[in-house]
Design a protein. Structure first.
Ligand SMILES: N[C@@H](CCC(=O)N[C@@H](CS)C(=O)NCC(=O)O)C(=O)O
Length: 337
């Protein structure tokens, strides 16, 4: 009996072990850097600049987390991952967080044992075609050779869309963005499909971007956001609230430019944000000024968007539904209180 109880207790400890020991925040603090999984090079989202420094919207989401933890946005090790490699890398613990234009789906949470922390970018799938093809809409694409990247929702959606509209499809799936672009530039396919934001980024990489057009049709919902492993709620909260701090900052009118004024503000919600009231940072396992660190080092959501993919960038993507809920979009952050 005693032996049986001991065996049960040991089994219990063994079962609970992976979860009990999952404390990514402590691991990251001890290591002194955040390991962030990003795409292999997608202008505006995650790509090294000419000095080899990673830049982009997804990159900044990781820099915001490093700013909150270390007050230093450079304390990030970027790990570039293909679509096929990204979830296994997270599952195996090779990265602490995945910030790689990844779509939130049920299967990726329930089957892969992961959790999406938030929706940082509301996207949808579209098509790019050579202007010379004189195509006006997606319903004219029946019988086309379509290129996309393997291991993506893009490959699944395009099959659904063509089947549903009874259009024949020849789908060519490439394992990397370079192979995808090469196949497209070499004319192995007439159509390239992925999330619309990525079409804008990929078009810039083609020899003559003006020779290609992104069609107006959007065939799916692609809510993109940062992903973590299940079983570490504390870490999930750090990622989630670091992102929501950028959105709350914009809602409160706090930017990297107005931060000094915010620090002196008597408004209760601004005081909670900057940490002159309450202990919200400490509750996350961070410091009182965690959100100030994010805005100071990275900016608010609007600044991050415009700088990397919006009007101040080469991509020039309109803010669209990624505007705040208060200005006609659907970006909405739960309150800090
Ligand atoms: N959002 C979709 C698509 C993500 C995706 O990987 N898209 C390709 C389209 S080009 C990409 O970003 N490739 C960049 C890379 O592999 O580095 C998903 O989560 O499955």
């Amino acid at each position: 009996m005693k032996k049986f109880a001991l065996a049960l207790a040991t089994a219990g400890v063994m079962l609970a072990a992976p979860f009990a020991h999952a404390d990514t925040l402590s691991d990251v603090k001890a290591r002194g850097t955040l390991k962030c999984g990003v795409s292999q090079g997608l202008a505006g989202f995650s790509a090294p600049d000419d000095k080899g420094v990673w830049q982009g919207f997804d990159v900044d989401m990781c820099r915001a987390v490093a700013a909150a933890i270390f007050d230093d946005p450079t304390k990030v090790e970027f790990v570039k991952l293909s679509a096929d490699a990204r979830f296994p890398a997270l599952q195996k613990g090779e990265i602490d967080v995945l910030s790689r234009n990844s779509t939130w789906t049920l299967q990726r949470e329930a089957d892969l044992g992961l959790l999406f922390a938030a929706i940082s970018y509301y996207d949808g799938q579209g098509f790019m075609v050579p202007t010379a093809k004189k195509v006006d809409g997606a319903l004219e694409l029946g019988g086309s050779k379509v290129c996309t990247q393997s291991g993506t929702t893009s490959a699944l959606n395009v099959k659904d869309y063509f089947a549903q509209n009874k259009m024949p499809l020849e789908l060519i799936e490439l394992p990397s963005v370079d192979e995808l672009l090469k196949a497209y530039a070499d004319g192995k396919c007439d159509v390239l499909t992925t999330d619309v934001s990525q079409l804008y980024a990929l078009r810039l990489k083609l020899a003559k971007p003006g020779d290609y057009v992104v069609l107006p049709d959007v065939i799916s919902k692609e809510p993109l956001g940062p992903v973590v492993r299940q079983g570490d709620d504390k870490w999930l909260n750090v990622i989630k609230w670091s992102f929501y701090a950028t959105v709350n900052a914009e809602e409160l009118g706090i930017s990297s430019v107005t931060l000094d004024q915010a620090l002196k503000s008597e408004k209760p919600d601004v005081k909670r944000f900057v940490g002159t009231e309450g202990a919200y940072g400490e509750q996350l396992g961070l410091t009182k000024d965690w959100a100030v660190r994010i805005v100071k080092n990275v900016g608010n959501y609007g600044e991050v968007f415009e700088r990397n993919v919006g009007s101040a960038s080469k991509l020039g993507i309109p803010r669209g539904i990624n505007q705040l809920w208060s200005t006609g979009g659907i970006q909405y952050a739960p309150p800090i209180r």
